[in-house]
Design a protein around this ligand. Structure first.
Ligand code: IVH
Length: 701
């Protein structure tokens, strides 16, 4: 798509545009260059996974396009990068017919099956060796895309294979799907391509965390999450889930007048290469072409071993006869092509029996039912208990004690019950009755109207107290190493720890008398606890475990105040004016700081030396004007110590990188700067500046 020359050209253009942007001299004449730069950087980010500019810089260019388009609506084009953003809700998804029916694939599970497939292929073609193209079988929701005259005109779900739902607006939210692509340069007028929409494992876990924080039911696996998102009515919500797409098949094309079939489309591997060249994310790097089935089998096994290391889910490999002419010769059955087969990896699903349900009380009092299962191996791990989330989930899945259930473990994702298997019931199964009182402290459980979760609202409930302490000391909170769940529970049971401030008042002499506590481990624990006193305010806020306040919100909150107690006086309205804080979150924060016991606990923590002040804010001069910018210091600076200079950059919102790369914005050079300077000179987006210029940027000169 971009060779090294055009890449350099785009980088040069980007630097020029950013310079113009910073001096306010961009005009409507720059619109084409701006769009071209945005498309280039989207391709670097979403297809190559190797961005060349900071997100902040991309945003500046994007905003510039938005501004020019707002002022000159006639300049808006349907494939402008701004046109992914949709306004309003989709009413319904009209049914559309695929240009070519979307067949499914025949399955194979082992080498014997693949040898059979190869034998049949040889029979059908009359050849003695066949060339195959092998690529991953992506585990998401399948889509078809139609491009006409280089523009994306339609995106649809698979549906029943003949007809699907038209979901173009949601598909446009997927940044790895180009809004336009130069098919015309291959002589193509209309093209239909197939692909798979996925949500990567990381984004899936984040999304489920968010659902859980809001007391909503998490999704069973990334596949359902991706397929479900395609049919969401609010395109902005769809955009938030960060879907990705791989495309792997050209199912139809028509030629522009007088054009011949391009050579690329005579083989499957060629068509993947063409799609890649056009800026699509095809499995160009993952696919391999082999002659003979032996090497195919070997590659499938190699890939299966790497399955867990991939950022997205695959459930097998797809083996396709590479020559399109041979594909046509082999034809298809009514269900699937004879020229392709799926090789399915070992199942990550298994059936087992639901033996019982236990109830756990979390730090916010939420009571979570946990299914106890007859132990069963799924994808290499033995599963014997699975969270079943809440009462509604149990009803929705119609789970009963004694039921046979289908469970799935998608990659590193926590196992889930996919469904119960009611056909195998004997009549002895028992209904699951949700308790009316807390299983730990026996107080009555409550449920808020719009929530699915029952809660114990006794804040002294021992289960909640322990869970709050566990959260407080955890890695992402105060990060007290060596203070694991088991120790918190043990100290609590022994009466050595009764609340959060108690973490800093442990009686180490008593702990030393407990079995399993050697001098060394006590010393380590002590020093980890002492170290945590210095943790910055945002970690403390997160550690408090205020409902709906995750790490990001904690950072926003920490930035907003000089001292944590400023929240005692802050209004609900002011809270909602902060980034990404809605009424629900604001209400929860307000509630927390209106509670006398919470304030007393915080006062106690302050007396114990914890940081309730926003220290960063103290040193920040003019606020965070370097947000999103990256820095690296090299050589001896004339007046500043390197560590001080780095702290100054960070205090202003900048980020320090460890080496020179295309991700670097500023290299600040002092005397005797060596290889870093040389390397930076070769990357023309890195700005090389002196200490004086640096001080100027942060407003110190
Ligand atoms: S080729 C006629 N290639 O698997 C060719 N399919 O069970 C049709 N899938 O419906 C499909 N990765 O949704 C093909 N690399 C890949 C694939 C792939 C995932 C899905 C696709 C299809 C299903 C078949």
């Amino acid at each position: 798509m971009y060779n090294s020359e055009s890449t350099r050209e785009q980088q040069r253009l980007t630097t020029e545009l950013l310079k113009k942007q910073s001096t306010g001299s961009l005009t409507k004449k720059d619109i084409d260059s701006l769009r071209s730069a945005l498309r280039f950087h989207e391709h670097r980010y979403y297809i190559l996974n190797d961005p060349l500019i900071a997100d902040y810089e991309y945003d500046q260019l994007y905003k510039a396009v938005e501004k020019i388009e707002q002022e000159n609506p006639s300049l808006i084009s349907s494939d402008s990068p701004t046109q992914r953003v949709a306004k309003g809700l989709t009413k319904d998804f009209p049914t559309v017919q695929h240009l070519v029916p979307m067949l499914s694939l025949d399955n194979s599970y082992n080498a014997d099956d693949l040898n059979d497939f190869d034998r049949k292929a040889k029979e059908l073609t009359g050849l003695s060796t066949i060339e195959y193209c092998v690529e991953p079988k992506f585990d998401g929701g399948s889509i078809s895309l139609v491009y006409e005259n280089d523009l994306l005109t339609r995106g649809a779900t698979r549906g029943n294979g003949v007809e699907g739902d038209e979901v173009t607006t949601n598909i446009k939210q997927i940044r790895s799907v180009p809004l336009s692509a130069k098919f015309s340069s291959y002589g193509l007028q209309q093209v239909e391509i197939r692909g798979e929409v996925l949500i990567n494992k990381n984004n899936f876990a984040l999304y489920n965390e968010k659902l859980a924080e809001q007391g909503l039911t998490p999704l069973a696996n990334p596949r359902n999450a991706a397929a479900g998102t395609l049919r969401i009515k609010d395109p902005n919500e769809a955009a938030k889930r960060n879907l990705e797409a791989f495309v792997y098949h050209v199912s139809y094309f028509s030629l522009a007048k007088g054009k011949k079939i391009p050579a690329e489309l005579t083989t499957h591997s060629g068509s993947l290469a063409m799609l890649w060249e056009l800026g699509f994310r095809s499995p160009q790097k993952e696919k391999k072409v082999f002659r003979g089935i032996g090497a195919v089998i070997k590659y499938c096994n190699e890939f299966e071993a790497k399955r867990d290391d991939l950022p997205y889910e695959i459930d097998g490999m797809v083996i396709k006869v590479n020559e399109i002419e041979l594909q046509d010769k082999m034809g298809m059955t009514s269900h699937h092509p004879r020229w392709a087969i799926a090789y399915k990896f070992k199942a990550r699903q298994a059936t087992t029996q639901l033996l019982d349900v236990e109830y756990q009380v979390g730090r916010t009092g939420a009571v979570t039912p946990v299914a106890k299962l007859k132990p069963v191996a799924v994808g290499g791990v033995t599963v014997s208990s699975i969270s079943i989330h809440n009462e509604e989930y149990i009803k929705e899945k119609d789970l009963r004690i004694g039921d046979a259930v289908l469970i799935e473990r998608a990659g590193d994702v926590i196992p889930q019950i996919v469904k119960s298997l009611p056909d195998t019931r004997t009549g002895k199964e028992k209904k699951i009755v949700f308790p009316a009182t807390c299983p730990v402290c026996n107080s009555k459980l409550f449920k808020e109207e719009e929530e699915a979760v029952w809660r114990c609202i006794n804040i002294e409930c021992p289960a909640q107290v322990v869970e709050r302490i566990i959260h407080f000391v955890s890695k992402d909170a105060m990060d007290i190493r060596g203070f694991g769940d088991a120790n918190v529970r043990k100290f609590y049971e022994l009466g050595l720890l009764k609340d959060i401030p108690g973490v800093y008042q442990l009686d180490y002499a008593k702990i030393a008398k407990q079995e399993g506590f050697k001098e060394r481990s006590i010393e380590n624990l002590k020093s980890a606890i002492e170290k945590s006193i210095q943790q910055p305010l945002h970690r403390l806020i997160y550690a408090l475990g205020i409902r709906f306040v995750g790490e990001t919100t904690a950072k926003t909150l920490a930035q907003a105040v000089n001292h944590l107690f400023d929240f005692k006086k802050i209004s609900l309205e002011d809270l909602q004016n902060l980034e990404d804080i809605g009424p629900k979150v604001a209400g929860s924060i307000h509630h927390f700081f209106s509670n006398k016991n919470n304030i007393e606990m915080l006062e106690q923590l302050e007396r114990l030396g914890l940081q309730l002040k926003n220290q960063k804010k103290e040193h920040t001069a003019a606020g965070s004007n370097l947000q999103g910018q990256t820095f690296l210091f090299t050589g001896t600076l004339p007046t500043l110590k390197r560590s001080d200079a780095e702290a100054m950059a960070e205090a202003n919102g900048g980020q320090i990188l460890s080496g020179v790369s295309t991700k670097l914005n500023y290299l600040v050079v002092g005397e005797d700067a060596g290889s870093k300077l040389e390397k930076a000179k070769k990357i023309n987006t890195v700005r090389i500046i002196s200490e004086a210029e640096f001080l100027q940027i942060i407003g110190k000169k």
